[in-house]
Write a protein that binds this ligand. Structure first.
Ligand code: NAI
Ligand code: PYR
Ligand code: MG
Length: 557
């Protein structure tokens, strides 16, 4: 008997390709033309109706992680529909595709894995890098943005190896939903250099390179090769670096920041969004920027990136560089950082205090604690970038409130399990005086008849607009003035007239806010002479460049 050759026919191309697929929104003529006759139920829905149905399906998922996975699968089926759902429900869904749920998706990547998204570049095959990027079949003019991570310091949850691809994917989703970056012109990249997390190395299902993290010359050569390859294949692309470890993050930016179009979100994006929140807080608090005293708890990539930007803001407001630097105190695992310590990182050194200055401060085992520093310094701003949940205790916040009328308290660590203090506690302990911003989304806090809206000082409120402005300007590098323009544009959008007002624009307005930020960045790039495109009307140029989720002509939409 002849062998049967019958099999289920393959999904026709237009349904299988998420960038082309409109699903049941394909009209009848389109179905005929694309060879889909009989391959879809006969009803034809609009994009709006499809989005309604998807949103209902999403709500039926049992957990935030399940929602994240559902959305990923939707993205794999129909990109336009995915972005329609995401853009129309950004307030609800930002915490699902991004911070904090993305942290869980990263931890469980190898177990929740369905299908790949992005490009995986392996340190064990550096010569395969060009070949891997070439599989995308994109030409030199086809790419605006590449987000890469080596996943050594994902959010505040540390080293997650290849699972870090999901932070690249999440950051890109926010770029598109918040600023209309064209999703067909972006690439997410995992730079898989191994992992030092034992549990991953021992997990039979782990999908990344199964060895310790490469460091030293091999690592440096791999990063340099990535920069050379990505920027020669896609010369127009902005190269976004995310969640690298503290020593590499800064070193890469300092080494290559002037020769490649790179942007480190954890240092520069976080610095700029926190500066924006601080500019608002300073307006409310009344102490001039040049007179602020800043204590940073957790002096790593984000903490010192923010300290640098706040120090520069003090200088712009009239402080001398020496005075501004002396108004910053850094605390890390060793306690308050002092110059006599032998394990300081290069970037911490400028802010380390002279030991003689703190000779009579209380120290436990040689370490000067956060509460002692706050009591002694009387800071006006307290910043948390330590990943230490609960580090801002009642004692610390009360000491801040005793020293300054409107203490500025920014517990910025992500995800929720790492936050230094929750806003309702800070509001209660400071008797409603504290001016607060957090890294995660937090609901408003009621206290003695006032509703306090908590600013989300997450770089997601700034980097999409910064990226859009950089892309539209064709800027050759991301300059300090472009970052400052972005911070000021974000701060300018805030209405501080009501008691308890948020220090940053709400996520509801993120698309509008990103457009305004992008226009300001574009203008700064032109002023600085790094722009290659100089549109006469920056606001209009930015709006025109923003991609909208729609099927375009022909489909029911
Ligand atoms: N809100 C936002 O937009 C952003 C928030 N972050 C958050 O900031 C936190 C830090 O991130 P990175 O700076 O990238 O990490 P990092 O590893 O570079 O910095 C963390 C620093 O905290 C220090 N630290 C750890 N335990 C400590 C302790 N008990 N006392 C004092 N210091 C301690 C570490 O030694 C390190 O220097 C993370 O939770 C991350 O999610 C980071 C970037 C953006
Ligand atoms: C928000 C972000 O970039 C971080 O927590 O690392
Ligand atoms: Mg980050």
């Amino acid at each position: 008997m002849a062998k049967s050759t019958a099999r289920t026919p393959a999904t026709p191309g237009a349904l299988a390709d998420p960038t082309l697929n409109h699903g049941v929104a394909f009209t009848r003529p389109e179905r005929d033309e694309l060879g889909l006759t009989g391959r879809l139920p006969s009803g034809v829905l609009t994009l709006e109706q499809q989005a309604q149905r998807s949103y209902q399906q999403l709500q039926a998922q049992g957990s935030d992680l399940a929602k994240n996975v559902y959305l990923e699968q939707l993205h794999d089926r129909n990109e336009t529909l995915y972005f329609k759902v995401l853009t129309d429900n950004l307030v609800d869904l930002l915490p699902i595709v991004y911070d904090p749920t993305v942290g869980e998706a990263i931890e469980k990547y190898s177990h929740e894995y369905r299908r790949p998204r992005g490009v995986f570049l392996s340190i064990d095959d550096p010569d395969g890098m060009e070949k891997a990027l070439a599989t995308l079949q994109l030409g030199p003019e086809d790419v605006d943005l590449i987000v890469c991570t080596d996943a050594e310091e994902i959010l505040g949850i540390g080293d997650w190896g290849v699972g870090g691809i999901q932070i690249s994917v999440g950051k890109l989703a926010v770029y598109t939903a918040a600023a209309g970056i064209d999703p067909r012109r972006v690439i997410g990249v995992s730079l898989d250099v191994g992992t030092d997390r034992e549990s991953l190395l021992k997990d039979p299902l782990y999908l990344g390179n199964r060895h310790a993290r490469a460091r030293g010359a091999d690592y440096d050569a791999f990063i340099e090769k990535y920069l050379r390859t990505a920027s020669s294949m896609f010369p127009g692309a902005l190269l976004h670096f995310e969640d690298f470890g503290p020593s590499n993050a800064r070193r890469i930016l300092e080494t290559y920041g002037r020769s490649y179009r790179i942007f480190n979100d954890d240092m520069q994006g976080t610095g700029a969004i926190t500066l924006a929140a601080a500019l608002s807080a300073v307006k409310v608090g009344g102490v001039r920027m040049r007179d602020q005293k800043l204590v940073v708890f957790g002096a790593g990539t984000a903490g010192v990136g923010i300290a640098d930007q706040l120090r520069d803001a003090m200088i712009r407001d009239g402080a001398s560089p020496e005075q501004a630097t002396a108004q910053v105190w850094l605390i890390d695992k060793q306690g308050l950082l002092t110059r006599d310590m032998t394990d300081l990182r290069d970037f911490q050194r400028p802010y380390a205090r002279d030991r003689s200055e703190v000779a009579d401060w209380a120290a436990e085992g040689g370490a000067i604690s956060l509460p002692e520093t706050v009591r002694r310094v009387g800071p006006t701003i307290l910043l948390g970038t330590s990943t230490v949940h609960g580090a801002f205790t009642r004692e610390v916040v009360e000491a801040m409130a005793a020293a300054t009328e409107r203490p500025i308290v920014f517990p910025l660590s992500n995800p929720t399990s790492r936050i230094e203090a929750m806003p309702d506690d800070i509001i209660a302990w400071s008797k409603g005086k504290a001016l607060i911003a957090t890294g995660i989304p937090v609901p408003p806090v009621e206290h003695e008849g006032v509703t306090y809206r908590i600013a989300q000082a997450n770089n997601a409120l700034l980097y999409p607009g910064l990226g859009l402005g950089t892309i539209v300007s064709g800027a050759s590098t991301v300059t300090a003035d472009m970052l400052l323009a972005a911070a000021e544009a974000v701060a300018d959008q805030v209405d501080l007239t009501q008691p308890g007002a948020s220090l940053l624009p709400p996520v509801e307005n993120l698309r509008e806010s990103s457009a305004a930020t992008a226009a300001a960045v574009l203008e700064a790039a032109v002023r600085e002479g790094v722009a290659t495109s100089k549109p006469a009307d920056p606001a209009q140029a930015v709006r025109q460049a923003m991609w909208e989720p729609a099927y375009g002509d022909g489909a029911a939409s």
